[in-house]
Design a protein around this ligand. Sequence first.
Ligand SMILES: [Zn+2]
Length: 312
Amino acid sequence: MKTGLNRIGLALGLALGLGLSATQAMANGAWGGGDLLRRRFADGREYAIQIVQGVAQSPFQETRAELRDWISAHHAELVTDLAQSMQVWTEASQGTCARTQYRAAAPIVLSFQTCYRTSSTEDAAWLLIHESVHHFNIVDEVFADEIAGAIMKEWKAAMLKEMPICKNQNNVVANGLLGSWEAEMDLAMRMNPEAAAKIDYAELSFVEDSSAAKLFTGMGQCAFLAGHLELRMRLREGEGFTTKIERSPFVLVEHNGTTVLVFDEDLGARPGRIDYHPSYLQLARANEAKDDLLFFGGDHGWEPHFPFRRKR
Ligand SMILES: [Zn+2]
């Protein structure tokens, strides 16, 4: 299926000299519109597993007893079923996006024609939980909806109380951020001369620690990554220099369609209290990881970014 997006992707790929022939690119299936949909459901399955695992200890207080009992009795098996059910895509039209049989780990047949309405990973996760409920010989559509709805509602409540981790292997920043970065001064002079004039040296390090996410409550979302950051800077001051070292817990979340680093405004200076400070963050992967670039932005989208490269 050669969609408009596919053609743009191909043109871009060729212009960038990726050296893939058109047939290879089609075979790799990286750029088709349908492939994005497939990706969304593959991510949706990962997310669904994290959601169901994430509510394992939840009270389901506002869920009626029949649903609560069903969830608690089938919780572990539901996770297994989500992981084992294959997704089979069809070009044929079907009444609903997904169809499946009433037996454990039955394949889920998804239709390109109807599934395009599923516009987010979260929607895909909801749908896949619903389908997995059918695998426990639940024929009643309303009951399957209610189970999926109750689990999603509990997940949202859990996200307000504490911040769960939702790993996503396609989030570029989350998957490249850990480690140490040093200011790329040549590029900084071009991108952000005002800041570059003040900074003699800067180094940023990120260490993973999922428990750091628990400090960030009330945000109603999950984090791609959590941990501790350290910023070391040598600043020009008159004729001399001053050195600054700052440390803070952080989470990496989605905001306005972009990945945002949230850390403590006071960089951990007041234990037990977090003042949320956001910074837009971009990461550009290079051919080799050592050449990756990290762009550290401000707390508004329009502010200039400051470039870093991996520390050598
Ligand atoms: Zn159904």
